[in-house]
Design a protein around this ligand. Structure first.
Ligand code: ZN
Ligand code: ZN
Length: 293
């Protein structure tokens, strides 16, 4: 079908390089086009010299660990995504059409999958456990129990291995904060694609949680995110792409990749009214501290 906007799927242009290199604290290289080498080279060419590759299921977590072992500039996190855990327990007749519908596996299947995440979490190149957490946007009430059980198990795994915890929180702020409190959060906890407001940023700041901002901080309707960027302590700020999702403005809707981090860094610097280099310096050291590399 002919498109009115032939550019819609084209990769956005390279931004001007950052003078101080930073890390993309959350990306999915396995969902992006091109090779890993190409993606890393393109990112490094604009000052994004480190990436955290995030696993969302068993296959993706193994891939993240293998990729981090192969590339100096890649660190891995491993997990069952909050929307993956209920699929493992209850099956997923609508999804996975290309692979065939998944048979329900029950709680035993979830335990088995968690045991593999636990094994991967022990690897030295795996710096975090996540993304885990709660997602009430994509998972309905029937999946809530499996999702929360999986979240609690991931918290335990992160603490036992001394790894960072990477939180995915979609429309579930209060319950995510509650479960963290009940379980006791790991020493290093990162809210990926931070989606709360300034008030929640205060709560996170008091708990010492890192807040990682993605390209949606540039969206017109995201004033709550800019308010949070403005009030969060500098030493708890991270930046990420969550690529291939959440491409920053003015490239919204086009494919995202780690090389677009500078666009979001500049938006964050503008919100805080600080120099881009000063922000980049803080982001780089915060990410290293959060993930312990
Ligand atoms: Zn996420
Ligand atoms: Zn993600």
């Amino acid at each position: 079908m002919p498109s009115k906007e032939p550019d819609k799927n084209a990769a956005p242009p390279l931004p001007e390089p950052l003078r101080v290199p930073v890390a993309d604290s959350h990306t999915h290289l396995d969902m992006q086009s091109g090779t890993v080498e190409e993606g890393l080279a393109k990112a490094a060419s604009v000052g994004v010299t480190t990436v955290v590759q995030v696993g969302c299921d068993i296959h993706g977590s193994r891939w993240a660990a293998e990729t981090a072992a192969a590339f100096e500039s890649v660190h891995a996190t491993v997990a069952l995504h909050p929307n993956e855990a209920p699929r493992i327990v209850h099956g997923d007749p609508d999804g996975w059409s290309r692979q065939g519908a998944r048979e329900p596996g029950g709680a035993g299947a979830l335990d088995e999958a968690l045991a593999e995440i636990d094994r991967l979490a022990a690897l030295p190149q795996v710096k975090g456990v996540g993304e885990t957490g709660l997602d009430y946007f994509r998972t309905g009430p029937e999946g809530k129990e499996a999702q929360e059980a999986s979240f609690r198990a991931h918290i335990e795994i992160a603490k036992r291995h001394g790894k960072a915890l990477v939180i995915h929180d979609r429309d579930a702020h209060a319950d995510v904060l509650r479960v963290l409190k009940e379980e006791g959060a790991p020493e290093r906890t990162v809210f990926h694609c931070y989606s709360g407001d300034a008030e929640m940023a205060d709560i996170c700041a008091r708990a010492g949680y890192f807040m990682s901002f993605a390209g949606n901080v540039t969206f017109k309707n995201a004033q709550n995110l800019r308010d949070a960027v403005a009030v969060a302590p500098l030493e708890l700020l991270l930046v990420e792409t969550d690529a291939p999702f959440l491409t920053p403005a003015p490239y919204r809707g086009r494919p995202n990749a780690p090389y677009l981090v500078p666009v979001t860094v500049r938006a964050m610097a503008a919100v805080r009214g600080i120099d881009e280099d000063a922000l980049a310096t803080a982001l780089a050291s915060n990410t290293a501290r959060a993930f312990g590399y």
